[in-house]
Design a protein around this ligand. Structure first.
Ligand SMILES: [Zn+2]
Length: 626
């Protein structure tokens, strides 16, 4: 029997339309699910909605609707969004479904029987938007420490879950299972949080009615912890289908935003321990997609609607951007400019052009038929390396590394076109032509297989243009070199990623110059700029641009970088090779005068002119500057 893989997203709160931050988590979970299906595993991917609570009750009342009618509409909208982004979930669980309500009630009975819940009183402050209860000392200027909004006084009877009982078992578990909470920074946060001591938590409410009544005391409604977190085991079949439950639980990955790691890495495992159930293998807290350095949230009014982006740029562009842009785990900044740039540089330019050039050359030089490979291939080793890197990254949940590994093959293949110049081989009747064209087409086929976890339309389009049936690319084994049969008739088509027109990007060519009043940055802000020593290998003027030079710079990476720099008025290109420079190495690529520039060189600018910054003594290319 195949291995199985269970992955979950948080269940979303249907009080409003979802934004790009929710899409980020869900697309990432989808990529993992698709990857494990590609591996031939028995995958269970669950997402859903957390539909109870005071806030929904209030919103529905304000809208003059019954709560269920109110959430039904939003839930249908959420399903439409996932359809639009082709989220391949196997189950969509709603906490208002009878299957879940039964499970929650059974859990309350079990926890009462085991002495894990008890009736008591609590007093304190409650933030409705955050659905969080705060003790007096945690308030900031009398407001909610999480959102800064007003809080209201609460004093009510409540059932409590004995979270305090599980502090030590949790610490023991986290220690014995180093991969349980990822990335490790979140693990350390959780350990120190638990070590401060865990207080019992309130798990019922009498202040609203929209929820699941407790079987032992129906005046009480189950509060979010036991109501929402338990969705994961309901979906896997807990107390409904023991065989199915044994097949899909424990989950392999709970993918969550970092703000709810605590719930998933402390409260949820404690509930599972109390129920005598195995704990999830990994709780992964990814970073936030920030907008202008702020977390996106409806209450801040700074949300981006993924539907509009999909309409404007296509779902693969949006999926690619979300998966590629931010190193998984870290925070990243959302900008539409970056999305456009990623689409134009990686998808339209690198991938799209590779496909259209390759199919055009096969059409012209070998009558539209894939020729036979030659004995040795220049691209095979790179392709095999990329398969390995992509799979290893995804095995470690490093989604952004996984997708960028695929593009290493794309870039290598593009470079190979320049190096081997098939048009010249064709002109001179050089027998190497066939091997070159085969290698390019085969690399594209492998790229299409490797892209299947990430993109949903492009892999099929690539297969079609290569004259293949994309149903034949549904297993990771299809990414093995040599799968393309000579004699296959290609089907040239439209560009798979049309370029998005934009006027931005040009200023990225300006060398960094001090401006009079720059705001202070923290050491962490500075740490996000990757400054490296590079050695200029070649320099030439950019046609039609008096101020620009195209530089080829060795940064100690597998390939030198192309960097377009606005220094042509101050430096002769022939004087530059051998010069060491300082490069902003993690600057977003920019297309300048048709050239993709990957980085920026530092220079000082005065009235007299401009001077490149160089190390005092030569340093190895790639040396990090701190
Ligand atoms: Zn709040």
């Amino acid at each position: 029997m195949a291995e199985r893989f269970t992955v979950t997203t948080p269940i979303y709160y249907p009080n409003d339309r979802l934004h790009i931050g929710h899409a980020y988590t869900t697309v990432a979970a989808d990529a993992l699910a698709r990857y494990h299906r590609l591996r031939g595993e028995d995958v269970f991917f669950v997402t859903g909605t957390d539909e109870h609570g005071q806030k929904i009750e209030e919103r529905a009342a304000k809208a003059g609707k019954a709560p269920i009618a109110y959430v039904d509409e939003i839930v249908s909208d959420i399903r439409d969004l996932w359809q639009l982004l082709q989220i391949s979930y196997d189950d969509f669980i709603r906490t208002t479904e009878p299957r879940h309500e039964r499970v929650v009630q059974e859990i309350f009975k079990k926890l009462e029987a085991s002495g894990d819940i008890y009736l008591s009183q609590y007093e304190g402050w409650y933030c409705t938007p955050c659905e969080s209860f705060w003790v007096e000392g945690k308030l900031v200027d009398g407001n909610c420490p999480s959102c800064g909004g007003p809080v209201s006084r609460l004093n009510e009877e409540s059932y409590f879950f004995r979270l305090s009982r599980y502090a030590q078992p949790l610490l023991d578990y986290i220690e014995a299972n180093p991969g349980f909470i990822q990335p490790s920074s979140r693990r350390n946060e959780m350990i120190s949080f638990i070590k401060q001591g865990l207080e019992d938590i309130s798990v019922s409410r009498t202040s609203f009615r929209w929820g699941i009544p407790l079987p032992q005391d129906p005046r009480h409604i189950a509060y979010v912890w036991i109501d929402a977190l338990t969705n994961y085991i309901t979906a896997c079949g807990y107390l409904q289908d023991e065989q199915r439950f044994a097949r899909f639980w424990p989950a392999d990955v709970h993918l969550v935003g970092k703000e709810i790691v605590r719930f998933h890495a402390i409260i949820w495992p404690a509930i599972l321990l109390a129920l005598g159930l195995p704990l999830p293998r990994v709780v992964y807290g990814h970073g936030w997609l920030l907008l202008g350095e702020q977390k996106m949230s409806k209450s801040r009014g700074n949300v981006i609607d993924p539907r509009q982006l999909v309409q404007r740029y296509g779902r693969d562009a949006v999926r690619y951007y979300l998966l590629r842009e931010v190193p998984f785990g870290a925070d990243g900044n959302y900008t539409e400019e970056a999305l456009i740039l990623r689409t134009n540089v990686d998808l339209a330019n690198d991938l799209g052009n590779l496909l259209s050039r390759t199919t055009a050359m096969i059409e012209r030089f070998t009558d539209g038929v894939v020729p036979s490979p030659s004995g040795q291939s220049e691209l095979r080793a790179t392709a095999e390396e990329c398969v390995k890197k992509a799979t290893q990254s995804l095995d470690r949940l490093q989604v952004s590394d996984g997708v960028s590994a695929v593009f290493e093959l794309v870039r290598r293949a593009n470079k190979y076109i320049e190096e081997s110049a098939p048009w010249q081989l064709n002109r001179t009747g050089d027998p190497r032509l066939n091997g070159v064209l085969y290698d390019l087409a085969e690399s594209l086929r492998i790229v299409a297989v490797l892209l299947r976890p990430f993109l949903v339309d492009a892999p099929h389009a690539i297969y079609r243009q290569l004259g293949l049936d994309s149903a034949d690319a549904s297993r990771l084994a299809d990414a093995a070199w040599g799968g393309l049969r000579p004699g296959t008739r290609i089907q040239r088509g439209e560009p798979i990623f049309p370029r998005i027109d934009t006027e931005s990007a040009a200023q990225a060519a300006e060398p960094a110059a001090a401006s009079p009043a720059t705001p202070e940055v923290t050491i962490d802000d500075f740490g996000r700029v990757d400054l490296r020593v590079g050695t200029i290998l070649a320099a030439s003027k950019v046609k039609g641009a008096d101020r620009l030079l195209e530089l080829t710079v060795d940064l100690g990476e597998s390939e030198p970088r192309t960097i377009v720099s606005g220094i042509a008025e101050y430096y002769q290109p022939e004087a530059l090779p051998g010069t060491q420079v300082v490069i902003v190495a993690n600057l977003q690529p920019a297309k300048i005068r048709g050239i993709v520039s990957r980085g920026m060189i530092l220079a000082g600018k005065t009235e007299e002119g401009l001077q490149i910054v160089s190390p005092r003594e030569p340093l190895p290319p790639g040396t990090r500057i701190k």
